[in-house]
Design a protein around this ligand. Structure first.
Ligand code: GTP
Length: 597
């Protein structure tokens, strides 16, 4: 296809502002999917979503559109994941296209969570067309929202397209704006092949499917290709475009987007951002900016029932096939038995993986405290990475400890600024910058990643009622006074609850932790001390008093059914508990104890 007749774009929107509805309308309006098949299509894409789990590409589609100038255009819409954990994936997909539609709900206005993505689109050099959706709603205020887009984002919104994705109003204007206001791609058909690996996923029938954006050269079925970062060589079995299901395609040239299969066994063998070239006549340099996704948050996953260990192994191996950014290795814990130490891109990633293991594979899991990667400088001059506080060596051998720091950017309406500053301050943050855009504040903080992985994002959302946007990147490592804090229940250390903390925060954390555990651990027939300690020194202590009488006593003699029911309920509760020495600790205690504040 002639470059001048191609437009590649993504849609940037806050959740629920209508991104999926608009994508469906564009598919329909261009006749890509016949009206009567539309429902089936949507169902299909839901299957893909379920299969894919996190980086959903259900809205990636190639559209044919004949514009008002009478010319036929190819429009490629790429879907992008919206969460900060996947910032790197978002930035890669943004680099695969030249423009974005910024969809804003005209009854809600600009909301915070889209801002990070808009800035990524601007970073990637995109042309941006503002689209105001839901103008059918009586509460729609297009003029106010236009002004807001100009104030907050600094984009000219005077030519914003007004639409109702629901009724279809304005959809032809969106298609026209894509053609007239977004630039065509650039590229050299005669140059050696250079294609960006935008995304990849595992398909039960096809194996690994790789989405590519061709920059230079031409790729065809049967070509032998090389992944420039991993060095692996494959033959292209199948080349296709998405409409939105796969349709075989003879070749893809500069500016085009499509998918290929090449008997690649696992998603792990494909790296988002890698450059694909021909084995013969390769490009001399890969595309710039490649970095492999590095797990930054680690935690242990253990089966509640030790007998489920093999099932957990199977489930983890299956998930890992489809998720290159998730790492795992076996771990044994004195208290929890056999399990896995797993690495994630961030907390949401962790939660998604844990949820899938529990829901799709029916496993009951204990998750240990999330931890970042600490750098230990030993007295003998060696440097070690610490992924797990349980592996902390004798502190007398350590010279100093470094932890990862981030630069966080938070955008928030003025009225919540005070709470946000307090939250950052409480998390050992150092304020770098504070500016205003209209009634919105933009604040930048230098923060320890360790203080963010716990529940920072949840806290931020709750203190700002969801109106804050948050984005971060790791800036480097810095030395600080970090210690390992242990929790002892009835004198036994519970390794799953040990964590690295800043020395100045240890007492507060320790106190909060033992207080919480006192509430969460059921009383036993004996008294149970619950302590937090650094080295041999106890810094906080609570005592759980002994149970005085049989809980079933209040049921009197007569009511046998009720008594049995109560005992059954207790038994069911037991199943989700772990024994530590003589003490049963419910699984919820691990999760709750780690969620602070
Ligand atoms: P996520 O998939 O959760 O990110 O949301 P989204 O941005 O894709 O939004 P989606 O298209 O699912 O739309 C969210 C809701 O808004 C749905 O209930 C839609 O039916 C509704 N909606 C979308 N467009 C319009 C519109 O133009 N007018 C009205 N009244 N409702 C709309």
């Amino acid at each position: 296809t002639d470059l001048a007749r191609i437009r590649n774009f993504s849609i940037v929107a806050h959740i629920d502002h209508g991104k999926s509805t608009l994508a469906d309308r564009l598919i329909q309006a261009t006749g890509t999917v016949a009206d009567r098949d539309m429902k089936e299509q949507i169902l299909d894409s839901m299957d893909i979503e379920r299969e894919r789990g996190i980086t959903i590409k259900a809205n990636t589609v190639r559209l044919d559109y004949t514009a008002r100038d009478g010319q036929a255009y190819v429009l490629n819409l790429i879907d992008t994941p919206g969460h900060v954990d996947f910032a790197y994936e978002v930035s890669r997909s943004m680099r695969a296209v030249e423009g974005s539609l910024l969809v804003v709900d005209a009854s809600q206005g600009v909301e915070a969570q889209t801002l990070a993505n808009v800035y990524q689109a601007l970073d990637a050099g995109h042309e941006i067309v503002p689209v105001l959706n839901k103008i059918d709603l009586p509460a729609a205020e297009p003029d106010r929202v236009k002004a807001q887009i100009e104030d907050v984002i600094g984009l000219d919104a005077s030519d914003a397209v007004l639409i109702s994705a629901k009724s279809g109003l304005g959809i032809p204007d969106v298609l026209e704006a894509i053609v007239t206001r977004l630039p065509p791609p650039k590229g050299d058909r005669e140059a050696p092949l250079k294609a960006m690996l935008v995304d990849s996923w595992y398909d039960a029938y096809l194996g690994v499917v790789v989405m590519i954006r061709v920059m230079d050269g031409v790729i065809r079925k049967g070509d032998r290709i090389r992944m420039m970062q991993t060095g692996a060589v494959y033959a292209v079995d199948r080349l296709a475009v998405l409409r939105p299901q796969m349709v075989d395609w003879p070749e893809l040239g500069p500016g085009e987007i499509g998918v290929l299969t090449a008997s690649i066994k696992q998603v792990r063998d494909t790296r988002v951002g890698d450059t694909i070239t021909h084995e013969r006549r390769p490009a001399d340099a890969p595309l710039p900016g490649f970095k492999p996704a590095q797990p930054v948050v680690f935690c242990g996953l253990f089966p509640v029932d030790a007998a489920d260990f093999e099932d957990l192994r199977d489930a983890i191996e299956k998930l890992a096939l489809n998720d290159a950014s998730f790492t795992f290795e076996m771990e044994t814990s004195a208290a929890l038995g056999f399990g896995f130490r797993c690495g994630f891109l961030g907390l949401l990633h962790l939660e998604v993986v844990r949820d899938r293991l529990e829901r799709e594979y029916g496993l009951d899991l204990i998750t240990t405290a999330p931890s970042v990667v600490y750098r230990l400088h030993m007295k003998d001059g060696t440097v070690r990475d610490l992924h797990n506080p349980a592996d902390m060596p004798d502190p007398t051998h350590i010279d100093h400890i470094e932890e990862p720091r981030i630069k966080a950017t938070i955008m928030v309406p003025d009225e919540y600024l005070g709470d946000v500053l307090k939250l950052c301050q409480d998390r050992r943050g150092i304020q770098l910058n504070l500016t205003y855009a209209g009634s919105r504040a933009m604040v930048e903080y230098d923060l320890p990643l360790n203080e963010v992985v716990f529940d920072f994002y949840d806290r931020l959302k709750s203190v700002t009622k969801g109106y804050a946007s948050f984005d971060y990147h790791i800036t480097g490592y810095r030395e600080d006074r970090l210690v390992k804090m242990q929790i002892l229940v009835n004198g036994e250390p519970v390794d799953a609850l040990s964590m690295m903390v800043h020395r100045d925060r240890a007492e507060t954390r320790g106190r909060a932790m033992v207080e919480k555990l006192k509430e969460l651990i059921p009383r036993h027939m004996f008294q149970i001390p619950i302590q937090a300690a650094i080295g041999g020194k106890v810094i906080a202590r609570e005592t759980l008093s002994a149970l005085r009488k049989d809980v079933t006593a209040k049921c009197y003699g007569g009511d046998a059914t009720r008594k049995r029911k109560l005992l059954e309920k207790q038994k069911a509760g037991k199943k989700r508990m772990r024994q530590f020495g003589k003490v049963d600790i419910p699984q919820e205690a691990f999760i709750s104890a780690l969620k602070m504040d």
